[in-house]
Write a protein that binds this ligand. Structure first.
Ligand SMILES: Cc1cc2nc3c(=O)[nH]c(=O)nc-3n(C[C@H](O)[C@H](O)[C@H](O)COP(=O)(O)OP(=O)(O)OC[C@H]3O[C@@H](n4cnc5c(N)ncnc54)[C@H](O)[C@@H]3O)c2cc1C
Length: 426
């Protein structure tokens, strides 16, 4: 249940493994309406929201997680080929850029971390990085050429998966919200907006949205992230910024931007603000936030002054399902007949397929080696209840912004969270 990447991949993996199995996908709104249809499309093989975050939480199994993440990524690309899903994937790696001098050293050191896990990364000094992409704000960067994945069109991926599932006779019900779940003997009863459904096994893939299963709720908070899309760049505008290698780009502050080209040479630009509404608010009107979008626009033209006058055709926001450890939370209920996989924070385009696999393992393969991973065995530390939740998030955001202003120096609150392995991020 849940028609984002997690639910779509879970349905496809289950249908491929057991052709003829009766699989139903319930989606409250439309397929891809949640984060999956409105994200930046950065397809990073890492399943732990970056190597550094993975090392912080799962130091002993990071080598295995990187291997499994790479395999998951390869299998994802193979599935796209096998089912002729055109998700407009471009595998040019990722460019991480330092926009403040204090970020240079850490970024440089990151090359070793990438290479230590079998990736390939090259350090680019100020001139070299500007040679890749001409911004006067860059002080250096690294280009993760192997292990950094690429970019894809997330909505095309959702719709391609939807069509594939329909071809494989998976029944998809959009506009059908699951309100309540109950167990009756060996059967799980789903009380939905369209009536009652009985199932033997259920995977919940509701991510940032309020789950009908109470015990899942403290694991994630919805954090709103905003983005816009420019009109297509002309040949002379493209020439003015370079970007011939078309990498996805991220800058390095606590509050960072992500940006990439689309196949028709528009720029998608997003990030920076991460907005939490009291009570885990998720309302339609949160999808636009003029002050965040204006700030993003000012920052865009500071990064690319040579594109002055470029217009934006689309603006939007979306809820990121954020855990205190920045990566997935999985679990099961009702004697293993219900499982869930949620909370990939800002890196779920590829990790969601791995989450779907862990969710299916819980339902179908309880002896799977994936379930022995600490990532699967340990749940994310729950968010505190309100009003503490709101206060803790606001304080953390305030401290992150302060650290960005102070050359990256983290104050006592952030250092305490670091020690506890907790955090707040998009
Ligand atoms: C603006 C933005 C930018 C991002 N950029 C990137 C990026 O560049 N790279 C990256 O890797 N990740 C990115 N992410 C994160 C990534 O999009 C998510 O981690 C991923 O899409 C999660 O997929 P999902 O299927 O678990 O959740 P979702 O796509 O959120 O799907 C959950 C679905 O469940 C449905 N649902 C909820 N409740 C019910 C119910 N009761 N009954 C039935 N259905 C229900 C919802 O309608 C929704 O469709 C970004 C996210 C956002 C919002």
């Amino acid at each position: 249940m849940g028609g984002g990447f997690t639910g779509l991949w879970a349905a496809l993996l289950a249908a491929e493994e057991s052709p003829g199995r009766d699989i139903v996908l319930l989606e409250a709104s439309r397929i891809g309406e949640g984060a999956s249809g409105r994200n930046g499309g950065f397809a990073d093989p890492c399943v732990t929201h970056g190597l550094d975050n993975g090392l912080m939480h799962f130091p002993d199994e990071m080598a295995q997680l990187v291997k499994l993440g790479n395999r998951n990524f390869q299998e994802m690309l193979e599935a796209l080929d096998r089912h002729a899903i055109d998700a407009r994937y471009e595998g040019h790696g990722k460019l991480d850029v330092a926009t403040e001098p204090y970020q240079v050293q850490g970024l440089r050191e990151h090359v070793e971390v990438v290479e230590g896990f079998g990736g390939e990364a090259v350090w680019l000094d100020r001139e070299q990085v500007r040679g890749e992409l001409a911004s006067p704000t860059y002080h250096g960067g690294i280009w993760v050429q192997s292990g950094g994945g690429g970019v894809l069109d997330p909505a095309m991926l959702c719709w391609g998966l939807q069509r594939t599932l329909e071809r494989l006779s998976v029944r998809i019900f959009e506009g059908t919200s699951v309100e309540r779940i109950a167990r009756s003997g060996d059967v799980i009863e789903l009380h939905t907006s369209g009536g009652r459904l009985r199932a033997r096994k259920v995977l919940l893939a509701t991510n940032a949205f309020r789950s009908p299963l109470r015990r899942m709720r403290p694991a994630v908070v919805p954090v709103w992230d905003y983005a816009f899309m420019s009109e297509p760049l002309s040949a002379s505008q493209m020439a003015a910024i370079g970007w011939k290698n078309r990498q996805g780009v991220g800058d390095c502050g606590n509050r960072f931007h992500y940006y990439r080209l689309t196949d028709d040479d528009r720029i998608l630009w997003g990030g920076y603000d991460a907005i939490y509404h009291y009570g885990s608010g998720l309302r339609k009107e949160h999808e636009q936030r003029p002050e965040s979008l204006e700030l993003l626009s000012r920052q865009f033209f500071k990064t690319f002054p040579q594109l002055a006058g470029l217009r934006f055709s689309h603006t939007w926001g979306g809820p990121i399902g954020t855990t205190t450890r920045f990566c997935m939370d999985t679990g099961s209920a009702f004697a293993g007949r219900v499982a869930w996989a949620i909370g990939y924070t800002g890196l779920g385009v590829v990790a969601s397929r791995f989450g779907a696999q862990i969710g299916l393992d819980r339902l179908d393969h309880p002896d799977s080696s994936r379930l022995k991973l600490r990532l699967a065995r340990r749940r994310a530390v729950p968010w505190p209840p309100e009003p503490l939740r709101y206060l803790a998030i606001q304080l953390t955001q305030w401290e992150l912004a302060r650290a960005d202003r102070n050359g990256g120096r983290r104050g006592p609150w952030l250092r305490l969270l670091d020690r506890l392995g907790l955090g707040f991020n998009s």
